[in-house]
Design a protein around this ligand. Structure first.
Ligand SMILES: Nc1nc2c(ncn2[C@@H]2O[C@H](COP(=O)(O)OP(=O)(O)OP(=O)(O)O)[C@@H](O)[C@H]2O)c(=O)[nH]1
Ligand SMILES: [Mg+2]
Ligand SMILES: [Zn+2]
Length: 480
């Protein structure tokens, strides 16, 4: 295999590509193969590795330098060809806001996403980076990037958000951590604790294949800094380091990375006002499981109900091996347990709007002083008080990301057959089914269905598994 690869990588890649790889998994395999081609010491000037299925990438390893660096040919995204001038900003803003309301997206992000789609943001970027990206001919729509092909994002095999890490000039670039992103500006903290407002280098947008936002809260980046004469700290994000522990969802058919580089997620929900949504918990659990983030289910507003009424639910999640903490940000009940969970760790709090994510963080660490909003009296829903994900330093050690409330949380890019692996309570039964490829839907002698029938497995969890598998979660959201 290696000899063939060395001899003519271009043909091998074309052959493999033509063999019918098309879906998300195939894409993953494809990345692995590309990595193999690169790692095989391929140094043939004529060799080309091309990912064709979405037309966005064309990676051609032209020359290998030391440290895995190579010249890589990259196609611009298709949407860059759209040069239509945007004139109806107000209508677009309103449309996006309405859509964001229904999708659970955060208004700022969706608005800016729309701006990016329509090319209006490009001018700002180009000005900041000095890189021209729009040309009339096909040739000018390609760029050679010097960098390292990285491919897979994390041990779970999720496809990387940036397949190529562009080389940066370490004599002028510094390391930083993204605290929050507001529109086109990322607030980056350097290692001395100074915060810079940064634009994003143009090429990163080209390299990020399918994301709604290129830079997200929690990202570790290399940035070029500048101090303006008036003392303001500004800069340009030059490179986003490979992410570990990302929470991602689907938004507008694109990948929305909510947060990057966290090790733990507090899935916050409320016992009442707003009503607890177990299906949302399930999806967040699956997302955590996929990206290797440790989940903890945190049920707030325990002062509004009899805690005993929550025992059945706690019992169901105990079977998944996930810890559940009942607490009240208002009365302070169990806050010390939450604090212990957060000390020294990098965590994210995630959940519906109005469940008390920001209230809980304020109660645990009053120095955070986060904005808190009332729950609507009419529909008992939150009012989306927190609008951007923010990385916050805890006074007692550790970091936490407070996030905007979500209404829907659709997983990004998953294979139905992998879902059962993420439902830990279903796993003990799946190997006992008669057919090894049993999907546990309507097959005969299915141990999972038997377990539901005799009450060993929670029927709602099983329904949630079926809905996620079949992609019908949105219907369930409406019923919930
Ligand atoms: N009764 C009761 N109310 C609470 C408790 N915790 C928070 N609240 C109230 O819940 C409401 C929403 O709190 P927030 O902290 O803004 O909720 P959030 O989850 O951050 O909401 P978003 O930022 O919109 O996502 C506020 O009116 C809080 O006072 C609690 O333990 N008990
Ligand atoms: Mg909040
Ligand atoms: Zn089965």
């Amino acid at each position: 295999m290696e000899i063939i690869l060395r001899r003519n990588a271009a043909n091998v890649c074309a052959l493999i590509n033509d063999a019918g790889f098309s879906g998300a998994n195939d894409e993953r395999r494809w990345f692995a193969i590309c990595a193999l081609v690169n790692n095989a010491g391929f140094d043939d000037n004529n060799g080309t590795s091309e990912r064709r299925n979405d037309g966005e990438f064309d990676l051609s390893a032209k020359k290998r330098k030391g440290g895995g660096s190579a010249k890589i040919r990259v196609d611009f995204k298709r949407n860059r060809n759209d040069r239509t001038r945007v004139v109806d900003w107000t209508r677009r803003y309103n449309e996006n806001r309405d859509a964001a309301e229904t999708s659970g997206g955060d208004v700022d992000d969706d608005y800016n996403d729309s701006a990016r789609f329509n090319g209006s943001a490009n001018a700002v970027d180009d000005a900041s980076s000095g890189e021209r990206v729009v040309g009339k001919s096909e040739a000018t729509r390609r760029r050679t990037v010097v960098g390292t092909f990285v491919g897979a994002e994390n041990p779970s095999g999720e496809v990387g958000d940036f397949a190529v890490l562009p080389d940066v000039d370490l004599s002028v670039c510094r390391k930083g951590r993204v605290l929050r992103v507001h529109g086109l500006v990322s607030y980056v903290e350097d290692e001395e604790g100074r915060v810079y407002s940064c634009a994003t280098r143009r090429i990163l947008k080209t390299l990020s294949t399918n994301q709604r936002q290129v830079v997200v809260a929690g990202d570790r980046v290399y940035f070029r800094d500048a101090q303006l004469p008036d003392g303001r700290l500004e800069g340009v994000v030059e490179r986003v380091e490979p992410r570990r522990g990302t929470l991602s969802r689907t938004s507008w058919k694109r990948k929305h990375v909510v947060v990057a580089n966290v090790e733990q997620a507090l899935i916050v929900t409320s016992a009442a006002e707003p009503r607890l949504k177990p299906n949302l918990i399930d999806r967040l659990l699956v997302t955590c499981e996929r990206s290797g983030i440790k989940p903890v289910i945190c049920i707030n507003k325990i002062d509004l109900v009899d805690p005993a009424s929550l025992q059945p639910l706690v019992g169901v999640y105990a079977k998944t091996g996930c810890k559940t903490v009942l607490f009240s940000a208002k009365t302070g009940f169990n806050l010390d347990r939450l604090r212990r969970l957060l000390v020294g760790k990098e965590s994210v709090v995630v959940g519906q709007s109005g469940v008390g994510k920001s209230s809980a963080l304020n109660a645990i660490d009053p120095s955070l002083n986060l904005r808190v909003g009332e729950v609507s009296r009419e529909n008992h829903k939150g009012k989306h008080t927190t609008t951007t994900a923010r990385l916050l330093k805890l006074s007692f050690g550790g970091y936490v990301v407070d996030t905007p409330g979500i209404r829907q949380f659709m997983l990004w890019d998953f294979d139905p057959d992998e879902v059962v692996g993420y439902y830990r309570d279903l796993r003990p039964y799946e190997n006992l089914c008669k057919f090894p490829d049993c999907a546990h839907i309507c097959e005969a002698s299915c141990a999972v269905k038997d377990a539901v029938a005799d009450g060993r497995l929670d029927a709602r969890r099983y329904e949630s598994y079926l809905a996620l598998r079949s992609g019908e979660m949105e219907k369930m959201d409406k019923l919930e």
